[in-house]
Design a protein around this ligand. Structure first.
Ligand code: UD1
Length: 419
């Protein structure tokens, strides 16, 4: 682990207007999907985070030509010379989203060789739903640790109905990419329909894919011969928006996230209102923090439920609210690790399996803490803003993996943060 850290001091109320960056969780699968075409693609509003840079490395390693203007978040990806279907394990190890090239490589070359992916340590994070889906679609899967060799031999028309036992974001994206270029009709039932997945499906459609979304959670895909290059602007990051709103909720004050898309965040915003905060959604999202926040319980779930990626920072808001709350994590089995660090700062939290019982306290106290995943890093920065004294946060490679200079946006609002 590097010895870089973020230093956060207790901050005054936040005021001002900011814009969120593009969504990393949309950018990564969309970049993986560019393998499906053979041409020059343009993506705008791409966040300059290390996970994105890692995906750039991966695509370059496969033969793509890339230009990334980090100042303008503008990315050009020429996929015409991709000639390799094998992803090195040192690239896979760094980021779970690298598994998403399995579907697009398989669609382009009828074969792919990828290692078991790395990423945040928030649970076992198997890829069995991805593999089961591919098997159902006639793909041959061979495991040669740490690699998975996948091949598809069938040239005929095959119709498939894939039923996901859980609406996995990554499995939905991976299977959809393969289905786009596969002869026949594929139906994915119990598909994930997170806003980022919808942005990704939008890109596939712009490329010429035939996709219908049927309620409540079915995706129908009719395979086409070829997909075209695409130009697309990534949606704003609702998870960054949520983090900014929570920073204001704990510090007090009044902020405006001007490009926030409130319709993607209903349950989360409802919980902020239940805490007593004023939330206005006419033009982006405006939040006016209450001085006397009430603790609220919540339970994470697939969209449109409470997003697991906002559980950690929302839990911090409960640590300094009035009363007791129960927080239940249902998406990942190991996503309460930030609570150990928050306890070091004086938070009153008891863990019962996948539930946290939080008793609100008046103050947290700054100390040295370690971020163990991307969203934990956001939680610890927020707790630092409200803690007395100074909070030194280690493990900030996670922060850089997930966010594009979020510290600058917080500083602009008046937060006391330095690298
Ligand atoms: C994506 C997001 C991540 C978010 C998560 C849930 C990206 C790059 N990452 O991760 O930020 O927290 O969605 O919204 O978009 N599972 C299996 N077998 C599988 C696949 C998943 O058991 O084959 C389980 C996982 O372990 C987890 C749950 O299903 O418990 C949800 O995972 P999934 O939706 O696949 O998350 P990711 O795509 O990895």
């Amino acid at each position: 682990m590097s010895n870089e850290y973020i230093l956060v001091k207790q901050s005054k109320p936040l005021y001002g207007t900011v814009k969120a960056s593009g969504a990393k969780n949309a950018a990564l699968p969309i970049m993986a999907a560019l393998i499906l075409n053979s041409g020059k693609n343009v993506l705008k509003n791409i966040p300059n985070s290390t996970d994105v840079k890692q995906m750039i490395k991966l695509l370059e390693d496969l033969g793509a030509k890339i230009f990334f203007d980090t100042k303008n978040n503008y990315l050009e990806v020429d996929t015409s010379e991709i000639n390799n279907f094998e992803v090195k394990s040192e690239i896979m190890n760094k980021m779970r989203a690298s598994i998403l090239v399995m579907g697009s490589l398989l669609a382009r070359f009828n074969k792919a060789k990828v290692a078991m992916p790395g990423g945040c340590l928030i649970g076992a994070r198997p890829i069995d739903f991805h593999l089961k889906g591919f098997l159902k679609m006639g793909v041959n899967v061979k495991e040669q640790i740490p690699f998975f060799d996948v091949t598809f031999m069938n040239k005929g028309v095959v119709n498939n109905k894939i039923i996901l036992e859980y609406p996995s974001v990554g499995a939905t994206e991976n299977l959809a990419m393969f289905a786009c270029l596969k002869k026949g009709r594929t139906i994915i039932i119990n598909a994930a329909l997170e806003p980022e997945v919808l942005d990704f499906l939008d890109v596939l459609k712009k490329m010429g894919a035939q996709i219908n979304i049927k309620l409540p959670a079915t995706i129908e895909i009719i395979g086409v011969e070829k997909l075209n290059s695409v130009e697309h602007e990534i949606i704003p990051d609702r998870l960054e928006v949520g983090t900014l709103l929570l920073a204001c909720a704990v510090c007090k004050g009044e902020i405006h996230v001007e490009n926030a898309q409130s319709e993607q965040m209903d349950v989360f915003l409802e919980k902020l209102k239940e805490m007593g905060h004023e939330v206005e959604c006419n033009d982006g999202i405006k939040l006016k923090a209450t001085d006397l926040p009430v603790a609220v319980g919540f339970k994470t779930g697939p969209h449109p439920g409470f997003p697991t990626d906002l559980q950690a920072p929302m839990l911090v808001a409960q640590c300094v609210a009035n009363g007791r709350s129960i927080i239940e994590e249902t998406v990942f089995e190991n996503r309460l690790m930030h609570t150990i660090e928050l306890q070091k700062m004086g938070a009153q939290i008891k863990i019962y399996g996948n539930k946290a019982q939080v008793n609100g306290v008046e103050y947290l106290y700054g100390t040295e803490v370690i971020a163990t995943d991307i969203r934990a890093s956001a939680a610890l920065v927020i707790s630092g803003l409200v803690a007395k004294g100074e909070t030194k946060i280690l493990g900030i490679h996670h922060w850089k993996r997930g966010y594009d200079k979020l510290e600058e946006k917080l500083k602009k609002l008046g937060a006391n943060i330095s690298f």
